[in-house]
Ligand binder design. Sequence first.
Ligand code: FES
Ligand SMILES: [Fe+2]
Length: 346
Amino acid sequence: MALGRTASQDNTQQSGPQLTLPSRCFTDPDIYTRELETSFRKVRQPAGHAEDVAEPGDYLTGRIAGQDIAVIRRRDGVLRGFFNVCQHRSHRLLKGKGNLKVAITCPYHAWAYGLDDTLRNAPNADNVCGLETADVSLQSVAIAVVGPMVLACLDRDVAPFDDLYPGVHREFNAFAPRMGELTFHRRSSATLACNWKVALENYGECYHCKHAHPTLVSALLDANNYRVELFERHHRHTTSSNPDGITLYEVDADDSDQALNYANWLIWPNYSFQVNPGSNVVVFQFMPDGLEHTIENIDWFFGPWVPESERDRIVEDHTRTTCRKTSISARRSRSVSTTCATTAAF
Ligand code: FES
Ligand SMILES: [Fe+2]
């Protein structure tokens, strides 16, 4: 269990302190390869923003677990995901995001797929021996929407999100009761010089907060009230705002019951949903980029109650109070490979 103020659930009682992973888990290329194959290709990953696929015909594209995928809203309102690859000679089908009126047409030889993934037309197909166009369809991926995010999984048989992470979706909506009014503001990205688990472990505790993020603690969050609860595949972090008041930015306490509170759900293996005081939502994702590098994406969402003119300042103030984590992760990354690295209380 993470150090700091914590609480256990009945199903997560520990007989002793939770230990960090052995150092080879951060440095062994074979372990890294297995992680990609057994974890990242079998779990949902943030793939885009729900607001980009709100209307029939809307689509977005993304890359998860090293594969290009696309998500499209069909005419019947159902959200579908598929590998963004033509079934003819593997040309990429869609770019960026947008709206399709009729069909997905491959830019290479113009095979055309309906919004239901089936091949509708292949030029000259009647003259190609053995080609049964009725048998051709795009390869689907599993899709779910949680909060402002579209999640995709390359394994179409993955269990429902609510089964894997019980309570998270409901709690997230409860902490951000005006979720439907949130819109994407901006993404901050950085490449961290560390294994993805080093970056993620930093988000598994707030033991470092008072020391590493003094402004965050003095101007926003109550570190003394910080709770980390562990579940089978996720953590829940909660606290209230600083009892002396929030000075980092203005918060309307009447906005919702949770307006002054903070919550974060760290979803196995590599992303989190966070609701800050003021009901703004942040989604963190840590994508492995080789054994020793991690791409961190941070997506910010605000509701109409936050003036446009204030949003960048809030993001920048948050970044200023928390950016030391980047160098912390890089320094720790160098240290975990030393010969004296040991497991320790998390
Ligand atoms: S690769 Fe798509 S139509 Fe040929
Ligand atoms: Fe931190």
